[in-house]
Design a protein around this ligand. Structure first.
Ligand SMILES: Cc1cc2nc3c(=O)[nH]c(=O)nc-3n(C[C@H](O)[C@H](O)[C@H](O)COP(=O)(O)OP(=O)(O)OC[C@H]3O[C@@H](n4cnc5c(N)ncnc54)[C@H](O)[C@@H]3O)c2cc1C
Length: 300
């Protein structure tokens, strides 16, 4: 089978919102309705699944080159076709390249002056259309693509998101909301979001409102790990606590997580965040002899 022809289309930087200066930003790119290929305008179709990632070329501040990077989409193709939204953090890693660029004034300046970022699309010559690239459509333990409608409607899902790991689950929430969270089906989606400080909370009020609008289908548990206001009524401190004595085996205390979701073994657990935290969660589940109905995760 021949691989589809890959093209990069300039998408206008249509939204930049800073949650925590220098640390976390929401960005959105708007693709045109058509793009010229071989001298002809070809329509751009957006069929991305909730939980999948798109591919763009941000600027690398370390390498001084445009690089290829993937970002999980936080909105939905059916509600916002060709508007790709995501949330990006500075990794602060020694070799960090593009992640600090997203936090710069350069990005804001580009968005104010109609600037664009190149977004990957695949050219389907037989159907004469360009299709927004998505990294995967496969539902398996190493992806977070949402299950089919007839499945998630009756699943009890607990999603644990660390910082920008909320992106796939924001897409879930928006997708599920547009389908009334499955209506009369008995599914439930519980979103646990852990960030360091209040200003890093993403879509906080909208998620609180939604949990009140659909209490039978959706709950939201924001957790602050480093700073919280005096009147903070939600979780405080790490939800997965690692206890290591010198020379002893690592013990993981999941009590704060279990306090939020007592029936983990009756739920489908999803995780998005860093690899170390994922390993700690998996170890904690093993040590507590809690086997969720299924476990799927992505780490970046
Ligand atoms: C499916 C997926 C979804 C993601 N979603 C998000 C999201 O929603 N939000 C978010 O903030 N981040 C997301 N990420 C992470 C994001 O793509 C970047 O990796 C991250 O922002 C760090 O980028 P960076 O350029 O600073 O550093 P890195 O990507 O860690 O790169 C650091 C250095 O490693 C080199 N390098 C990177 N990749 C390779 C490679 N494959 N081979 C060789 N060298 C390499 C680079 O050239 C650079 O010098 C996602 C990643 C994946 C895979």
């Amino acid at each position: 089978m021949t691989r589809p022809r890959e093209l990069f289309v300039p998408a206008r930087i249509s939204h930049v919102e800073t949650y925590d200066p220098g640390e976390v930003r929401k960005v959105a790119f708007t693709l045109p309705e058509t793009f010229e290929v071989d001298g002809r305008p070809v329509p751009i179709r957006d069929r991305m699944h909730p939980g999948s990632a798109f591919l763009v070329k941000p600027f690398g501040v370390r390498t001084q080159k445009y690089r290829r990077r993937m970002y999980t989409r936080s909105n939905c193709s059916d509600e916002s076709p060709r508007v790709l939204e995501t949330i990006i953090n500075d990794t602060h890693k020694e070799k960090a390249d593009t992640s600090p660029w997203w936090q710069t004034d350069d990005l804001v300046q580009r968005s104010r002056t109609g600037g664009s970022v190149d977004v990957c699309v695949n050219y389907d010559e037989t159907r004469s259309e360009l299709v927004v690239y998505q990294n995967t459509q496969t539902v398996d333990p190493t992806t977070l693509v949402l299950e089919a409608d007839h499945e998630w409607r009756s699943m009890r899902i607990v999603a644990v998101a660390l910082s920008t790991g909320i992106t796939p689950f924001l897409a879930y929430v928006r997708y599920m909301k547009s389908r009334a969270f499955g209506g009369t089906a008995d599914g439930h989606f519980s979103l646990i979001v852990s960030v360091k400080k209040p200003r890093q909370l993403m879509e906080h009020q909208a998620l609180l409102d939604l949990s009140q609008e659909f209490p039978q289908h959706f709950s939201y548990h924001p957790v602050l790990t480093r700073e919280w206001p005096e009147d903070w009524a939600h979780g405080k401190g790490r939800i997965v606590r690692v206890l290591t004595d010198e020379g002893q085996e690592t013990r993981v205390n999941l009590a704060p997580l279990i306090a939020l979701e007592p029936n983990l073994s009756q739920c489908h657990v999803r995780f998005c965040g860093n690899a170390l935290a994922k390993d700690q969660l998996v170890l904690g589940l093993e040590q507590a002899q809690l086997a969720p109905l299924s476990f799927r995760c992505e780490t970046w």
